[in-house]
Design a protein around this ligand. Structure first.
Ligand code: JFZ
Length: 395
């Protein structure tokens, strides 16, 4: 009897812990608003654009951050025009923009007060890039969100993990100090620019999945960080490639259709009790600007991706890497402009719909279904994306 009581108390405690968190009303509304947007533009931009070799360049060649960081003294993107960027994104039919506020190299795109000067204010450019983008987004009614890297290839207090040790060595770090720094920065981002969500990336530096079992070598104390973000009425997402946690508001899939498990998301079951977002690249192999990466997707392919995601009840976050002068790659602008034409004709089948599934047909085409109220949209994606998707309506 005694054992049974103790056992049920333990069970209840465990259950309470799990049931402990319930999203508030503002949060549920913000999730719905996010899901209805369906199509966003991802921007990977930082001083790495000047090396023109993608955002992993420092790591690829194993450069220490002191040497790597010198390029900040030449960062002067004279062609950067936030209004022009936002015009291009809006014209493409995007409803939101997610930009790298700080990537793995540790460089901040806003004049943060809480670092040691590795930020935009300490470049010759000086201008507050996130501030300008936030203002332009507000004016055009686009939602701005911030990618934020948890992994850091520069700070002395960051505990080196499986990926970062190539540039940090076996640095022990001081997580309490690093966590305080992250929270201060995120506080600045939210207070100054009011993002819809903080989009984390890099937790995987300290986690791996072996035969279905997750092994973690750092406790990120995520509850504290997530609670802080929620206290400021901002959503949390994480590109951690792990099963979603209670306090994460959006389930992310990297370069993989939600639930397919074909690439990065193989250990990440689709839960779908919250909004879902797939991020992907317009230049097939890289996120940040790489001068010789010419493998742009066609407009037909991007439209097909939007449709597949919508049919899977997911958003698509399509990435572009601006160059060191602040320009969006010309081909990306052309592709987006064509996507925008298709979205103006067919957006009704995409925005604010719920996905009802995607099937592959015997002839190699795909059929996706979405729904809004009583209206069902049947979307056909031609084999090999040889043409644009077509939409049929029924009710
Ligand atoms: C991550 C970043 O490293 C990348 O630069 C980009 O920002 C993308 C959106 O997110 O990509 C990853 C994340 C994890 C792995 C690989 C790429 N991984 O665990 O192998």
């Amino acid at each position: 009897m005694k054992t049974t009581l103790a056992f049920s108390a333990a069970l209840a405690a465990a259950f309470l812990l799990r049931a402990d968190y319930a999203p508030e009303k503002w949060n549920l509304e913000a999730r719905d608003k996010f899901a209805a947007q369906r199509f966003g533009i991802f921007i990977h931009w930082g001083i790495y654009a000047n090396y023109a070799q993608g955002e992993w360049f420092q790591h690829q060649i194993g450069m220490d951050s002191e040497t790597y960081g010198r390029i900040k003294d030449g960062f002067f993107p004279s062609k950067f025009d936030a209004k022009e960027w936002v015009r291009v994104f809006k014209d493409a039919g995007a409803k939101y923009v997610t930009i790298t506020s700080r990537h793995h190299d540790g460089f901040s795109l806003w004049p943060t007060k809480v670092d040691d000067g590795f930020n935009i204010a300490e470049t010759p450019f000086k201008r507050d890039i996130l501030g300008e983008l936030s203002k332009a987004c507000d004016e055009e009614g686009l939602q701005l969100n911030f990618y934020y890297s948890q992994m850091d290839w520069r700070r002395k207090d960051y505990p080196a993990g499986s990926a970062s040790k190539k540039v940090l060595g076996n640095q022990k770090g001081d997580y309490a100090s690093y966590k305080k720094f992250m929270i201060s920065q995120i506080g600045e981002l939210i207070d100054n620019y009011h993002p819809g969500n903080i989009w984390f990336d890099g937790e995987w530096d300290h986690a791996r999945c072996e035969k279905g079992v997750w092994k973690r070598d750092l406790d990120w104390e995520l509850d504290d960080i997530y609670d802080f973000i929620h206290s400021k009425k901002t959503l949390v997402a994480s590109n951690n490639h792990q099963p979603i946690r209670a306090k994460e508001d959006i389930q992310l899939f990297e370069r993989d259709l939600p639930g397919e498990g074909t690439s990065f998301s193989k250990d990440q079951p689709l839960v779908h009790d919250r909004p879902v977002e797939q991020c992907d690249v317009i230049q097939k192999n890289v996120w940040g600007y790489r001068i010789n990466e010419r493998s742009f997707r066609t407009p037909e392919e991007v439209c097909a991706m939007i449709c597949r995601c919508a049919a899977k009840d997911s958003n698509l976050l399509m990435n572009i890497g601006p160059d060191g002068s602040g320009r969006l790659p010309a081909r990306a602008v052309e592709v987006l402009s064509e996507v925008g034409k298709w979205m103006r004709e067919n957006g009704e089948a995409i925005y604010a719909t719920r996905g009802c599934g995607l099937v592959k047909n015997a002839d190699g085409s795909e059929t996706g279904k979405t729904k809004k109220g009583d209206v069902v949209y049947e979307i056909t994606i031609p084999k090999g994306c040889k043409g644009y998707p077509t939409v049929k309506t029924s009710s």
